[in-house]
Design a protein around this ligand. Structure first.
Ligand SMILES: [Zn+2]
Length: 367
C-alpha cells in the first residue's frame, strides 16, 4: 500500500452498482511506516473527505478489506478505549455520517487496491499533530526517548511486532512465538509513532529497559498501587503489573510503609426504605462558567442536574427544591454540605414548613 484510495459507487434497486468516481493519493515516504490499521482507517477518512458532498447526510455503506475496522468503526460498537488517539478522532469524525460498515475480501476490492498501489498525488493526512510522542517526551522523564527508539530496533520481539503492524499479522496465531502472543490481544490498539510502539498513550518498552524503568519507578517507594497508577500513564510491556508487584514485594522499605496504620474505614449511609426518602444535593462547578445543583435519590440513584447559571443564592435553591418536591413528592431527609445557601434561614424555613429534615453532615456517623 503506497497510497490511499477510495471508490464511490451507486447501488441501484436491482442490486447492480455503477461507479461514480475514483480517488487516490500517495502516502508520503516518512509516513509509510505506520501501522496497517492506521493506513486503512486513513483510507476511509480520505474517501469520506474526498466524496463529502456526495455522501454527507445520506445512508452509505463503507466497505473496507481490513477486518478489524469493521469492529472499531462499526456504528453500533464503541471504539476500544486504548485505540490510538488518531483512530479515536477518526471514529468521532465518522460518527457524523450515516453509515453501515462492511468487510469485503481483498480479492473483491481489486480496483481499490490497484489505485492504492498507483496513487497520483501526495497527501498529508497524517500531518503534524499532537501525538503521544510529544506527551511522553514532555512528561516522561523516566526514560530517554532516543534510547527507546534504539532499543526497540534492537529488540527482536518488538521489531517483529513493528513488522506485523505495518505488513499485517500472521493469519495463524500458532505462527507466533509465546512472546509475540502477548501482544496479540492488543494488536488493533497498537500504533507506531516516531519509530516506537504505542498502546494507547503508553510507550511499549523493549525488554532491555524494563529493569531500568522498574528501578526508576520504584525510586520513591510509592507502593504497588501508586507505582501502577504512574506506569499506566506512560509505559507498558507484557506482565508489567506482575513485575511491579514483585519489585515492591521484595523491597524492605515498601513493606514497612505498607504496615502504617490503616485509614479510618468508610461507613455507608443506611439503605433508605423507599424511593425519594433521602436525597443528597451538592453544587457542581463552575463548568464553563455555570454552577449546577446535582440532586441524587439515595434509593433509586435517580439524579437531577439543575443549571443555576451564576446565581446560587438561597431563594433560587428554595425555588428549585420546590419544583423537585412538586415533581417527586416530599422526601424525609435532604443531605447537603455546609454551603452558605444550604445554611440559610430561607431554606431552613422552607424545609421546616414542609416537614423535611435537613442534615449537614455528609458522612453518616454510626453510633
Ligand atoms: Zn520500595
Amino acid at each position: 500500500m503506497y497510497g490511499l484510495s477510495a471508490i464511490l459507487s451507486h447501488r441501484y434497486k436491482d442490486g447492480t452498482e455503477k461507479l461514480i468516481a475514483y480517488a487516490s493519493e500517495k502516502i508520503p515516504k516518512e509516513e509509510m511506516n505506520r501501522a496497517i490499521i492506521d493506513k486503512e482507517a486513513n483510507a476511509i477518512v480520505f474517501g469520506l473527505m474526498k466524496f463529502y458532498d456526495f455522501v454527507y447526510g445520506r445512508e452509505i455503506i463503507l466497505r473496507t478489506d481490513h477486518k478489524p475496522l469493521e469492529h472499531i468503526f462499526g456504528p453500533t460498537k464503541g471504539i476500544p478505549l486504548k485505540a490510538a488517539s488518531r483512530l479515536q478522532r477518526w471514529a468521532y469524525f465518522l460518527s457524523g455520517f450515516r453509515y453501515k460498515i462492511e468487510y469485503i475480501k481483498s480479492e473483491c476490492s481489486r480496483n481499490c487496491n490497484a489505485l492504492s498501489r498507483l496513487p497520483v498525488d501526495e497527501t498529508n493526512i497524517f500531518g503534524a499533530e499532537f501525538t503521544p510522542v510529544y506527551y511522553v517526551n514532555e512528561k516522561m522523564n523516566i526514560v530517554d526517548w532516543q534510547e527507546v527508539v534504539l532499543e526497540t530496533k534492537r529488540d527482536e520481539v518488538l521489531s517483529r511486532i513493528v513488522k506485523f503492524c505495518i505488513l499485517g499479522w500472521p493469519n495463524n496465531n500458532k505462527d507466533l512465538s509465546s512472546e509475540e502472543q502477548n501482544y496479540l490481544v492488543k494488536k488493533n490498539e497498537i500504533a507506531i509513532e516516531g519509530n516506537c510502539l504505542f498502546w494507547g498513550c503508553r510507550v511499549i518498552i523493549p525488554e532491555s529497559l524494563w529493569d531500568w524503568i522498574l528501578a526508576d519507578l520504584h525510586a520513591s517507594h510509592l507502593g504497588i498501587v501508586k507505582i501502577k497508577a504512574l506506569t499506566r500513564s506512560y509505559v507498558w510491556w507484557p506482565n508489567i503489573d506482575q513485575n511491579i508487584e514483585n519489585t515492591v514485594k521484595s523491597c524492605g522499605i515498601c513493606i514497612k510503609e505498607q504496615k502504617a496504620p490503616p485509614h479510618a474505614p468508610l461507613t455507608l449511609w443506611p439503605w433508605p426504605g423507599k424511593v425519594w426518602d433521602r436525597i443528597h444535593a451538592d453544587f457542581l462547578g463552575p463548568l464553563f462558567g455555570d454552577m449546577y445543583l446535582v440532586v441524587v435519590d439515595a434509593y433509586s440513584k435517580l439524579s437531577e442536574v439543575i443549571n443555576f447559571r451564576n446565581n446560587t443564592k438561597a431563594y433560587r435553591v428554595v425555588e428549585v427544591f420546590d419544583e423537585l418536591f412538586a415533581k417527586y413528592g416530599l422526601p424525609n431527609l435532604v443531605v447537603t454540605d455546609n454551603g452558605p445557601q444550604f445554611r440559610s434561614d430561607e431554606l431552613g424555613q422552607f424545609f421546616k414548613s414542609n416537614g423535611v429534615q435537613h442534615s449537614f453532615s455528609p458522612p453518616y456517623i454510626q453510633k
